[in-house]
Design a protein around this ligand. Structure first.
Ligand code: ASC
Length: 128
């Protein structure tokens, strides 16, 4: 899928960046930092949900070294890492459903759960 390990690293970072941009808009509305617009929230949740499926293809063998903050524990604990990825994707899908409903309270709750999954993995698997 990737010609070189650095291509995979670039890919996964790009996918996380795009996911974060779109999740961030929904999270911003959930936190009252951005005015709530149900249509915009739904559009951004949809993109974040799709993007959540992409980054993990970029953590293949040999992609532990290079321009990355990914800790070696990822490859030593790949099952646990993948379980964390799945949890994030599941919570993001719930946020997507909440955003489609247009219910701000449901969006707030679901966005909080997504944020916890982001932070959990960063605490365990991302260098400062
Ligand atoms: C975001 C983002 C993260 C998470 C994290 C949640 O919007 O870019 O990495 O939420 O800050 O704690």
């Amino acid at each position: 899928q990737f010609a070189k390990p650095e291509d995979a690293i670039k890919y996964r970072k790009g996918a996380f960046t795009v996911m974060a941009a779109h999740f961030g808009r929904v999270a911003g509305m959930a936190q009252g930092k951005i005015p709530f617009d149900a249509k915009v929230a739904a559009q951004n949740a949809e993109v974040a949900t799709f993007m959540s499926t992409l980054p993990f293809a970029g953590f293949g063998p040999g992609t532990d070294k290079g321009e990355t903050r990914a800790k070696p524990e990822i490859w030593a604990e790949m099952d646990k890492f993948n379980a964390g990825a799945k949890k994030m994707q599941d919570e993001m899908a719930k946020l997507n459903a909440a955003a489609k409903s247009g219910n701000l309270d449901a969006i707030k709750a679901a966005a909080g759960e997504v944020g916890k999954t982001c932070k959990g993995c960063h605490d365990d698997y991302r260098k400062e």
